[in-house]
Design a protein around this ligand. Structure first.
Ligand code: AMO
Length: 441
C-alpha cells in the first residue's frame, strides 16, 4: 500500500490508508490506546485496541481506516481535527529510548544548555521545528530577493589564505603543512566574482572566534551576501533595503503559522526605510535619552534598540538604515566618503532593535586598496588573488551581508541567537559542551 501523507488524510474518510511518522504522544486508556502521529505534513490522532506498548517518539508505520470524529470531539486547532485513524496494524519501525524529559508539553520548559545538549531530540518538538521552518523561508526569501536584483548564486570556499574582517576573531587551521584561515566572511570571493559576473549572491558558513559569550554572537554563522558591480552609494542602500525587507516579508508570509505560534506580529515594512547617518542617529538618541553618544564610533546594543524604537514611532517601520560609520572602524575594503574621508560609505540595516546586515561601497582602485591593506598592518602578498581582480577592470562596486540566525531570531523575537541555530557553536560548545570534552580527556 502507498503511504498517505498525514495532511491528505482528511480527504480519505472511509478509506484504508498507510501512514508513517513518529508517535508524538501515547495515551493508554485500558485496552484502548490513543497515539498522536506526526509526519512532516501534520499530525493525526490514531486509536488502537490491544496494541503492544509504543514508546513516545518511536518511528511507526500504521495501517487503518480514516473515520470522521463525532461533532463534540472535533479539534479545530489542527487540519486533521475532524477525523481520526482506527488502527488495524501497528508496526514499530524504531522504538525510542525513554524520554529524558516530557516532550508532550506545548513548550519545552528547558534551560538553553539542556535544550542544546539534547538537540537530536529537542528538534523533534513542534515549537523548535517552527523556528527552522521559518529559517528555511528566510533563506528562500533571500534567494528570491537577490535574484530579483539580478544576482547569480555562487559557491565560495570557507578555507582561505588570509583573513578579511580584521581583529583577532579568526580561526587558524592546519592546512597540510601550511596554515590557513576559516573565512570570517565570503568577502574576498564575492568581490572577485562580482568583478567577473557583475551581480552575485552567496550563502556561506563563516567563522568568528568570538572571545565572549553574548546572546547575539555565534562562532559559526550563516551569512547571506550580495555584491554588485556598477552599483554605488546610495543605490546600494536601495538594494540593501530591497533584499532585507523582501526577504523578511517573504518569510513571514510563507510561515504565518510560525509567527502565530510565537505570538509575533508581522514585520512592519514601510514604503521607504528611514535612513540616518551615524552622527544623526546619535543626535536623536541623545535627544531621546539624554545619553551623549555623539562621539562614539559605533552604536552599542542599547543605541540600536533606541534608534529602532524611534523608527517604529516616527516611521511605523521595523527597519532603519544607518550609514557613514567611521572609516577606521570598518574593514579595509570599505570606501572612505570622498566628501569626508574620516567617515565611510558604509551602512548597517537594523531590524527590531539589532543589526542584521552590514555592507559598503568598496575601494575599487588597486593602489588605494594596497594602501588600505598596508595601513592596517596587513601584507598585500596575503591578498594576491583578491588584488588580481583589481588589475583587470574592477568598476565601482559594493554589497552587504545578512546573518541568517540574527534575522530568524528577530523575526520571532527569540531571546538568544543560539535558539535560531540548529547546532550553535560558541566558546563553550561544539555539539557538546566543551568543558565536558575536557573532563573526558
Ligand atoms: P559583518 O561582520 O557586520 O560584515 O557581518 C554581517 C552580518 O553577519 C551577522 N554576524 C553575526 N551573527 C551572529 N554571530 C556573529 N558572531 C556574527 N558576525 C556577523 C550579522 C551581521 O550584520 N563582509 C562584511 C559584509 C559586507 O561588507 O558585505 C561582514 O562580514 O547579522
Amino acid at each position: 500500500m502507498n503511504r498517505t501523507r498525514i495532511s491528505e488524510t482528511p480527504q480519505a474518510v472511509g478509506q484504508k490508508v498507510l501512514i508513517k511518522g513518529w508517535a508524538q504522544t501515547v495515551r493508554d486508556h485500558g485496552k484502548i490506546t490513543f497515539i498522536d502521529v506526526r509526519d512532516h505534513t501534520g499530525i493525526i490522532q490514531c486509536v488502537g485496541v490491544n496494541l503492544t506498548k509504543i514508546p513516545v517518539e518511536s518511528a511507526v508505520s500504521l495501517e487503518g481506516t480514516i473515520v470522521a470524529r463525532p461533532e463534540k470531539l472535533v479539534n479545530k486547532e489542527i487540519v486533521t481535527g475532524t477525523i481520526e485513524m482506527q488502527i488495524e496494524t501497528a508496526t514499530v519501525l524504531h522504538a525510542a529510548h525513554e524520554m529524558p524529559f516530557d516532550m508532550g508539553q506545548k513548550e519545552l520548559n528547558l534551560e538553553l544548555p539542556t535544550l542544546l545538549d539534547w538537540r537530536a531530540l529537542t528538534l523533534k518538538h513542534s515549537r523548535e521545528q517552527a523556528i527552522f521552518r521559518l529559517q528555511a523561508a528566510v533563506a528562500q526569501g533571500f534567494r528570491e530577493s537577490a535574484e530579483e536584483m539580478e544576482c547569480m548564486e555562487v559557491f565560495t570556499p570557507t578555507v582561505a589564505a588570509s583573513s578579511t574582517e580584521g581583529g583577532a576573531e579568526v580561526f587558524k587551521v592546519q592546512y597540510y603543512e601550511h596554515s590557513a584561515f576559516l573565512i570570517q566572511s565570503p568577502q574576498l570571493y564575492k568581490q572577485i566574482t562580482a568583478g567577473a559576473f557583475e551581480r552575485v549572491y552567496v550563502i556561506s558558513h563563516v567563522y568568528r572566534a568570538e572571545p565572549s559569550v553574548t546572546t547575539r554572537h555565534l562562532s559559526e554563522v550563516v551569512q547571506m551576501d550580495c555584491e554588485f558591480s556598477f552599483l554605488e552609494f546610495p543605490e546600494l542602500l536601495d538594494a540593501l533595503e530591497h533584499v532585507g525587507t523582501g526577504m523578511i516579508k517573504y518569510a513571514a508570509e510563507m510561515q504565518p503559522d510560525v509567527l502565530k505560534l510565537y505570538g509575533i506580529d508581522h514585520p512592519k515594512v514601510p514604503t521607504k526605510v528611514p535612513r540616518l547617518k551615524l552622527r544623526e542617529a546619535q543626535e536623536i538618541i541623545k535627544e531621546r535619552t539624554g545619553r551623549d553618544v555623539t562621539k562614539e564610533q559605533d552604536l552599542n546594543p542599547e543605541d540600536e534598540r533606541e534608534i529602532c524604537a524611534w523608527a517604529l514611532e516616527m516611521h511605523d517601520s521595523d527597519f532603519v538604515t544607518i550609514t557613514h560609520f567611521p572609516t577606521k572602524k570598518r574593514a579595509f575594503y570599505t570606501m572612505p566618503d570622498p566628501e569626508d574621508p574620516e567617515f565611510s560609505l558604509s551602512f548597517d540595516l537594523l531590524f527590531r532593535g539589532i543589526e542584521i546586515s552590514s555592507g559598503s561601497q568598496r575601494i575599487h582602485d588597486y593602489d588605494e586598496l594596497v594602501t588600505a591593506i598596508t595601513s592596517r598592518n596587513m601584507n598585500p602578498k596575503d591578498f594576491e588573488l583578491y588584488l588580481q581582480a583589481f588589475k583587470f577592470g574592477m568598476p565601482p562596486e559594493g554589497g552587504f551581508s545578512f546573518g541568517l540566525e540574527r534575522v530568524t531570531m528577530k523575526i520571532l523575537e527569540l531571546d538568544n541567537v543560539r535558539r535560531a541555530s540548529l547546532f550553535p557553536r560558541d566558546m563553550e560548545r561544539v555539539d557538546v559542551r566543551l568543558a565536558t570534552l575536557q573532563d573526558k580527556a
